[in-house]
Design a binder for this molecule. Structure first.
Ligand code: FES
Length: 355
């Protein structure tokens, strides 16, 4: 089918900025029109159409099953269960199951809709002339007519199996959000008041372990301006409850020239200018990872809370409610950094420990 546009004589253009006439340009390409419509197998073979209908419905049914699996995972898996998944490594079984089932549920709805459109809905291409943005009544009525025609051609009313399974999968998916409301409770009570460092005492200190090298850390190896992440000795990635513990125990270690440290209490909790702060933001608990050595500012990437590590990790910008908790550290007889107690305040978001 050829689609020809009426030839129009273009008015001569005038370039006001240059103050001279410019030559009119004409369209050098002829409109090739739309290619001839080729019927698909499902257009001419009723059995192929039925098969495509069953495939689409199967995807919607899988979506429904995945949503039920999402809800079942929520009930079945304990929140602290860690499993090894190749090649990801150690992950929370609950998070993995929720992500997988919700992903499958949404993917199958999308894939089913695409397959339906490609195999069963009308694939006749129609040219649509451009028109002013504000449509008049006639155009609006035309659009409504076209919508009704499209709905009729999609077979939404006629192909009951697809329609019913699509409605079922779309109705079930929102339930995934409803069950998440369970996360609103119960409150953690006293569980967040202490961390893995609480077993440290001056008589039985806990060594600091470099998170990158997994080695104990010597004070003399920490240079001024550096930022290092650390964890308590004995906490291993292969531990079942590693994720749960590192979310409270993670340390951010900086060394600041002692004369630059403004908060004297903070300097006393540290050793030789080495200060150990919680890596967990006091806003809603994101891990902090950005440090500007000239200003001694640490920035949380989630909502830009900024902490002055030279001034007791005071909040100087952003929504965080209080400073980062600090850990008391010193060195043992071999010069390795050790903690001698827990953080000076509970770590993480600050809205519940004020009771
Ligand atoms: S979690 Fe750090 S600023 Fe929001």
């Amino acid at each position: 089918m050829s689609h020809e546009m009426p030839e129009e004589k273009l008015p001569e253009a005038h370039d006001a900025s240059q103050g001279h006439e410019v030559a009119p340009h004409s369209d050098p390409f002829a409109d090739p029109g739309l290619p001839a419509h080729e019927p698909r197998r499902t257009d001419i073979d009723e059995r192929a159409a039925k098969r495509a209908e069953r495939q689409v419905s199967l995807m919607f049914v899988v979506s429904m099953l995945a949503t039920i699996g999402f809800i079942a995972s929520y009930v079945i898996f304990p929140i602290d269960k860690i499993v090894f998944i190749f090649p990801i490594g150690h992950v929370s079984a609950l998070n993995f199951a929720l992500g997988l089932t919700l992903g499958v549920a949404l993917f199958c709805i999308g894939a089913g809709a695409v397959h339906w459109a490609r195999t069963l809905m009308s694939d006749h291409e129609l040219p649509a002339e451009r028109h002013p943005i504000e449509a008049d009544d006639e155009v609006r009525n035309d659009v409504i007519e076209q919508f009704k025609t499209g709905a009729a051609e999609s077979g939404f009313g006629r192909r009951k199996m697809i329609r019913n399974t699509l409605i079922g999968s779309m109705a079930l998916v929102p339930l995934s959000g409803v069950v998440l409301l369970r996360d609103l409770g119960p409150l953690p009570e006293k569980k967040l008041d202490h961390t893995g460092w609480q077993k440290a005492t001056p008589a039985n200190p806990i060594p600091l372990i470099n998170m990158n090298t997994n080695e104990p850390m010597k004070a003399e190896d920490i240079v001024i301006g550096s930022l290092t992440f650390a964890k308590p000795e004995g906490l291993e990635e292969s531990d079942e409850d590693f994720q749960q513990n590192i979310a409270k125990d993670a340390l951010m270690l900086v060394r600041i020239a002692p004369e630059d440290i403004k908060d004297k209490n903070s300097a006393e909790l540290g050793f030789g200018g080495i200060l150990a702060y919680s890596k967990i933001c006091t806003h809603v608990g994101c891990p902090i990872s950005l440090y500007e050595q000239q200003t001694h500012h640490a920035l949380c990437p989630c909502h830009q809370s900024t902490f002055d590590l030279a001034d007791g990790a005071r909040v100087i910008f952003g929504p965080a409610g209080h400073p980062l908790p600090q850990l008391k550290i010193t060195i043992d007889e071999k010069g390795f950094l050790v903690a001698t107690g827990d953080f000076d305040e509970p770590v993480g978001p600050s809205f519940w420990e004020r009771s």
